[in-house]
Design a protein around this ligand. Structure first.
Ligand code: ATP
Ligand code: MG
Length: 453
């Protein structure tokens, strides 16, 4: 298990000796261990990231059973093992009813604690494994209070079957929330199927959602399972639901109400168990008023709406997101880059109408185009009279004098274009002629957006 993937255990007991003994044992077993001695430190520890909690029923002033109740309300996916020095059957029953994973009596036997922990973590590891296999299900960066709230709500909603609408401006992270709803819940082992309602004309949309029998129409030469069938037992993520055709909306409503549908060309109904998550950047209530979204469908899906705010409403997320994306880029490209503190400050002040996606693209460009290890404010396109290597525009200062960097780039562009022309567009020949390594020349051409024709 790599350092990064260590599973995290929280141990809460008001007896320091037990806490420390357990800490030692589990640290030695390769887990990352946090200790807590009361309700506040337990909830804090779990919020900071724990995969499992071991909690004594007696926690000083606090009651471990109440702490268990709070954990199960706020973080239902975390298994909790209760420990008690005075076990009674009714206490154990109560703990299990609230959702405890196991109930251990003191004096603790090492083998018993280890087995219980291992069992509890099995499900956690499986979920993590699946998340990795699902590819690209990234752990979201969550700093702002507003996003924390969204993900806390999502953690609870992951455990119920009701439809959820994820609403928010373009690029704000709706997709990530939808995946979280699936992969943090009990359906994680089952399929997560995505379809986009905006991209399909009505006839194809029906086929996409419900599938067809062989011979259902000309050209239907084999049976096709629709998204509902594919998502059976799992989640169907319907993106851009605000753009769905009204007739298809009616059909969707029927499936939500009955859990049944027919493949095109079939006479029998199929029953499926599918959890629906929808996303849209549009205001569905407004669409209902305009008659573009069915009232009855809206009422069927609007019990749980998660509103993901745009970056303009949570500027404190910008710097940590930028650092997160830079880290990912560096890992991917095998390079080393860092932001100067001023860059993070500058980014935090900037507007990103395309939200997180726009920020991600900007960071990618900075990682690729900046020559130095440290990325400075001047490297941000459009900032302090610099050059935008992507568009290739040179900005002049008020005095009309182009700054040195811009002039240098302008010269380089002319020079390299000439060199390329002289060698008939052959990069190898051009590199040799001007005494530059071919890889450097290629990188430079890309950076300066010089196309070879
Ligand atoms: N909290 C976050 N932490 C890390 N990365 C994030 C976070 N939120 C979004 N992203 C990343 O930002 C990009 C855009 O997010 P996403 O695709 O979820 O947005 P969206 O709201 O679905 O956009 P659209 O409206 O265009 O469909 C993705 O690459 C996503 O992984
Ligand atoms: Mg999306």
């Amino acid at each position: 298990m790599s350092e990064q993937e260590k599973l995290r255990i929280l141990i809460a007991d008001d007896e320091e000796e037990i806490r420390e003994t357990l800490r030692e044992i589990f640290t030695e077993d390769g887990y990352e261990v946090t200790a807590a001695d009361g309700e506040n430190s337990v909830l804090q520890g779990i919020r900071a990231g724990s995969d499992l909690a071991l909690i004594d029923i007696k926690l000083g002033e606090d009651n471990g059973i109440e702490v268990l109740r709070k954990i199960k309300q706020q973080f239902p996916q975390i298994p909790v093992i209760m420990i008690t020095g005075f076990g009674t059957v009714s206490l154990a029953k109560e703990a299990f009813k609230i959702g405890a994973h196991d109930f251990l009596e003191k004096p603790l036997r090492l083998i018993q604690v280890r087995t219980s922990v291992r069992n509890a973590l099995e499900g956690v590891m499986l979920r993590k494994q699946l998340r990795r296999n699902a590819g690209g299900v990234v752990k979201p960066v969550i700093v702002s209070e507003s996003l924390k709230r969204i993900y806390e709500q999502a953690a609870r909603l992951a455990y119920i079957k009701e439809p959820v609408v994820v609403n928010g401006p373009s690029g704000s992270g709706k997709d990530l929330v939808a995946r979280f709803l699936h992969f943090e819940g009990p359906r994680a082992q089952n399929p997560f199927i995505v379809t986009n309602a905006a991209s399909l004309p009505p006839t194809l949309a029906e086929d996409e959602l419900f599938g067809h029998e062989k011979g259902a129409y000309t050209g239907a030469d084999r049976l096709r399972e629709g998204c509902f069938e594919q998502a059976n037992g799992g989640t169907l993520f319907l993106d851009e639901i605000g753009d769905m055709d009204l007739n298809i909306q009616a059909k969707l409503l029927r499936v939500l109400e009955t859990g049944e549908f027919k493949r095109l060309g079939s006479s029998s109904r199929m029953k499926v168990d599918v959890r629906l998550v929808c996303a849209t950047h549009k205001d569905l209530e407004e669409l209902v008023k305009q008659g573009k979204f069915r009232n009855d469908l809206w009422y069927r899906i609007n019990a749980f709406v998660l509103k993901v705010p745009g970056l303009d409403k949570r500027k404190e997320d910008i710097a940590p997101l930028a650092e997160h994306f830079l880290r990912l880029m560096c890992e991917e490209l095998g390079i080393e880059k860092k932001f100067s503190p001023a860059v993070l400050e500058e980014l935090s002040k900037m507007e990103f109408p395309g939200n997180i996606r726009e920020l991600k693209h900007l960071v990618a460009r900075l990682a690729v185009y900046t020559d130095n290890v440290e990325i400075r404010v001047e490297d941000i396109p459009g900032r302090s009279g610099n050059i935008n290597p992507v568009q290739g525009t040179v900005e002049q200062s008020e005095s009309g004098i182009v700054d040195f960097k811009a002039a240098k780039i302008s010269f380089e562009r002319d020079y390299l274009r000439k060199a390329l022309r002289a060698s008939g567009g052959n990069i190898t020949a051009a590199a040799r002629a001007i005494g530059m390594a071919q890889s450097n020349l290629s990188r430079k051409l890309k950076e300066l957006d010089i196309k070879i024709d």
